[in-house]
Design a protein around this ligand. Sequence first.
Ligand code: HEC
Length: 474
Amino acid sequence: MYNSPAVNFQNENASRSSCIHNFLRISLPRVLLLLFATTWAASPQENQTTPQPPTEPSQALVATPTFYRDVLPILQQHCQSCHRAGEIGPMQLMSYAQTRPLARAVADSAAKREMPPWFADPAVGHFSNDPSLTQQEIDTLVSWVNAQAPAGDPHSAPPPRPWPEGWMIPQPDAIVRMPKPVALPAHGDIDYTYEIVPTGFTEDKWVQMSEIQPSSRANVHHAVVYVRPPNSNWLRHAPIGVPFTGADMTDEQDRQDAHFTQADILLVYAPGSSPDSWPEGTAKFVPAGSSLVFQMHYMAHGHATSDQSSIGIIFANHPPQQRVLTLQLTNDRFVIPPGVNDYRVEVHGSLPNDAVLLSFFPHMHLRGKRFEYNILRPNKSAKPLLRVNYNFYWQLSYRLAEPLALPAGTVLQAVAWYDNSKNNPHNPDPDAAVRWGDQTYDEMMVGFFDVAVRADLDKPHYFLRSSDPPAPQR
Ligand code: HEC
């Protein structure tokens, strides 16, 4: 299969001659030697080709990439966070032996930008957690495969990347662990699983850094940890310290609560994501006596196991000037007609007070197709901030590379598109008219976003406008 150069964007002769060059220089595994021998036998006249000076502008593209020198650094930087033992990637990409049989799939997934998973349209915005490959890295993988995926010289390999065993953040000031492990089946879909954990904090806390540490990383597809203050009614009848799902709730309000909440988010985790570390002078607030609510999206991974995740927290040294709030733009009054493949749902609102925009987290269900955040200018033109080609199975946060100061009155817009046609492979029922609902066969339209606001403002106070009548009338 490696004999057919499917994509060949470089000078044919230059590429062949550098193959030959490699072949002479290094010792290759027997299988590869055979492959090369066959290629040569098929085109004997090519052997006569004398090496030519590269004619392409980029030297890096013309020299045949090798695994150890060129490919392994890319895998270390962009792939091994998930494709190593114990992580969610279905296979490991640590060694030549592991990667060689998958070389074509690796290059294809990179060329189609399916891997690493990232769904922001590159034409809109810059994000600090964007793991995407550069075009040059993609070209390297593709030309490596087209050159029969040579190993190269093991001495040219970068040192193995050390992967953290414990916390990535410094030693946490507090560790909050789910009291009971969650039993996970070997196969099948697993409903979102919750566990409510009292923090035992006797005073208000400011959180500078936090990190979720699953005990079974391979099974945690994503996790959201919410802050439930002591006076909250959210999931009021739900049990404390034991796992449950929305379906376990007998109270209708609790069942809906399991899937939708106004509660502040402390942290979102997805495999490969880095821990939260709020900029100096900003922090998340956890009132005394709060519980943390773990919302876990688990994935079966071929064998029955269990998970007992923890969150590690580092408190701010001093009270910050700004508090980080997670807000949301939500439209729950839509009806998506059956069969329609690009149904648009919009919501916008003006910021009641100044804020610095930090990050986004769009949420829809299985019919979600695209999601956009914009600023609507007074003349109604839209300045796009983020455009996501949505994938329910990869709910990610998108952190602005440069936080954006937004004055009070700025109009933020979220626009969602849904594919309710039979061409959407995830669509549970293309004949249904779909409304807001908590199950994944219903839909949601939530544009979460994080902002830094004045430290003395909680959510209700942030939403008081200076033009509003005095508080009691609200
Ligand atoms: C955030 C975790 C993550 C990262 C980072 C990641 N992968 Fe994956 N990869 C997965 C998961 C999970 C799957 C299987 C499910 C899926 O395809 O979504 C997968 C599947 C694959 C597949 C099989 C897809 C297919 O065609 O069937 C290939 C090949 C692959 N990854 C290559 C890569 C390469 C190359 C990189 C780095 C450039 C990379 N992955 C980075 C998580 C990741």
